[in-house]
Design a protein around this ligand. Structure first.
Ligand code: C2O
Ligand code: CU
Ligand code: CU
Length: 511
């Protein structure tokens, strides 16, 4: 047991509000606080070279659409030497290729499912019609191919994709189905001097925690804390003990927390400052100079860090501000060595970071037609458990709404909304920190934090097929901490009941 008394007291102090809600007595609390801390700092060998995931090939069809072929399938991978683990992946054994398209392009995906059971593929962060979203209502049966198509119309950003079958998202993502989806646009090209050579000075960093039992990951291991599964070792882009060769003075890392439940507080071992240039939905207005960036599951941040010739620099994570006080249960006291950057002995010069990045028109608070409140507690949102045949919220197309969200049970949650990128109006009534000054689709909600989000619903309406909003702690999501909203055009009303899914897809079950 290595964490300090001071930290314990801090955490206890911070948790006072949530305790009665959980009904935990002092002995239970003590057990939670004195649990074993995971600490891999200084213990990771960094012997395996990691690279950017491959870019997915695509072709332009006769209608001018950019067409990708994706195949969700079973595989196996040697995460640790000599030990093979069964996995799932997209066009490969584990994880999937990076998808890349430009704003204005129409994309078409042929997503074939050979995983052996029904799943789905959701485009997290994407503005698109609900029928193309890849949520629980677009399940792909084993052996079937799903072919969504839409026109990309949102700023350059680092989005991602992952399965979203009702009740089994945690398990399917844990097996390895996930990848990055990068959007490019002209503005980002003129924000210009940002590092942008994919795989050289512009590299996705997908961070996932896993537990290896005899070299194998066990996808049925759901629970390890209040938020779901917490692993004790990390993978970056599916590589265990990873190092990344750096050839340029500055490198852009597109960080994705692709974990089921773990929150990371990324920083470099020497606490050097770096620039955060983007959040979930695209570039920030200006670079944010900081030495820390915290990411909840599903969140992304792009950072640019400067390296010195020949150095070895370790990216770490420690003490994420999970705020619940149950350090054992939510990973709040765990520390990790994440990735080693190995700078070449001579580095190619990189341009300076521009002082302005993106113009983000603010959605005026006064333009909101409605304010709603969402309380996340006990595997429910506002007391309701997800039901695929119930619409929870109907919003009007071309209106803005304020969604006030908070944790109501003294434990850690996050909040993600499909279809839109939102802006954070306030955090506990205060101006949001610089890292939350751009477009967001997912936010961390520690107990005691209330966030006010503003979003505009545009372009697509459908009275029958809903989008999702949910906690991105995947165990919570699977347990029902999710709701459904439809976007209605003028004159439209909520249609009949949305399709109930076949019974075998309604419930989480182990196979
Ligand atoms: Cu990242 Cu509803 O999902
Ligand atoms: Cu999503
Ligand atoms: Cu939650």
């Amino acid at each position: 047991m290595t964490f300090t008394r001071r930290r314990t007291l801090q955490l206890l102090g911070g948790s006072a509000v949530g305790l009665p809600a959980l009904g935990l007595g002092l002995p239970a609390l003590k057990a939670a606080v004195t649990g074993k801390q995971i600490d891999t700092v200084g213990k990771v060998a960094f012997t395996n070279r990691v690279q950017a995931p491959p870019l997915a090939p695509s072709r332009i069809d006769r209608e001018g659409r950019r067409v990708f072929k994706l195949n969700i399938r079973e595989g196996r991978r040697e995460f640790t030497a000599g030990r093979w683990s069964p996995t799932w992946g997209v066009n490969g054994d584990y994880l999937g290729p990076t998808l890349r398209a430009e704003r204005g392009e129409t994309v078409l995906f042929d997503v074939a499912n050979d995983a052996g059971e029904a799943t789905s593929l959701h485009w997290h962060g994407m503005h698109l019609p609900p029928t193309m979203d890849g949520g629980p209502h677009q399940t792909i049966a084993q052996g079937a191919t799903w072919s969504p198509t839409w026109t990309i119309d949102q700023p350059a950003a680092s989005l991602w994709y992952h399965p979203h079958p009702h009740g089994k998202t945690a398990q399917h993502l844990y097996r390895g189905v996930a990848g990055m989806f990068l959007i490019d646009d002209d503005d980002a090209a003129t924000a210009g001097s940002l590092p942008h050579q994919y795989g050289i000075d512009d590299v996705p960093v997908i961070v996932q925690d896993r537990r290896f039992i005899d070299g194998r990951v066990d996808p049925d291991e759901q629970m390890a804390g209040t938020t779901g599964f917490l692993g004790d070792e990390l993978l970056v882009n599916g590589v265990h003990g990873p190092y990344l060769d750096v050839l340029t003075e500055r490198i852009r890392l597109r960080l994705l927390n692709g974990s089921n439940a773990r929150v990371y507080n990324f920083h470099f071992a020497d606490n050097r400052t770096f620039h955060q240039i983007a959040s979930d939905g695209g570039l920030l207005p200006t670079p944010h100079t900081t030495d820390r960036v915290q990411l909840a599951p599903g969140e992304r941040a792009e950072i640019v860090v400067e390296v010195r010739a020949g150095e070895r620099l370790v990216l770490r994570s420690d003490s994420p501000a999970t705020g619940s006080g149950f350090v054992q249960q939510d990973g709040g006291s765990d520390r990790f060595d994440v990735l080693q950057l190995r700078a070449a002995s001579t580095l190619t010069a990189s341009p300076r970071i521009p002082t302005r990045l993106a113009h983000i028109p603010r959605i005026a608070e006064t333009s909101a037609t409605r304010t709603r409140t969402f309380e996340l507690a006990e595997h429910r949102i506002n007391g309701r458990q997800m039901q695929t045949d119930r619409i929870d919220v109907a919003v009007r197309k071309d209106t803005a709404e304020i969604w006030d969200v908070h944790s109501g049970d003294g434990t850690l949650h996050s909040f993600h909304v499909h279809d839109v990128q939102f802006q954070v109006l306030s955090v506990n009534g205060q101006q949001p920190p610089p890292g939350l000054s751009g477009w967001k689709d997912t936010v961390l909600l520690p107990p005691g934090t209330a966030m006010s989000l503003i979003m505009r619903f545009t372009d697509y309406s459908d009275p029958n097929i809903p989008y999702m909003f949910h906690c991105h702690m995947l165990y919570h999501e699977d347990q029902g901490m999710m709701g459904q909203f439809v976007v209605l055009s003028p004159g439209q009303r909520v249609g009949g009941r949305p399709p109930r899914l076949p019974a075998h897809e309604e419930h989480a079950h182990h196979s």
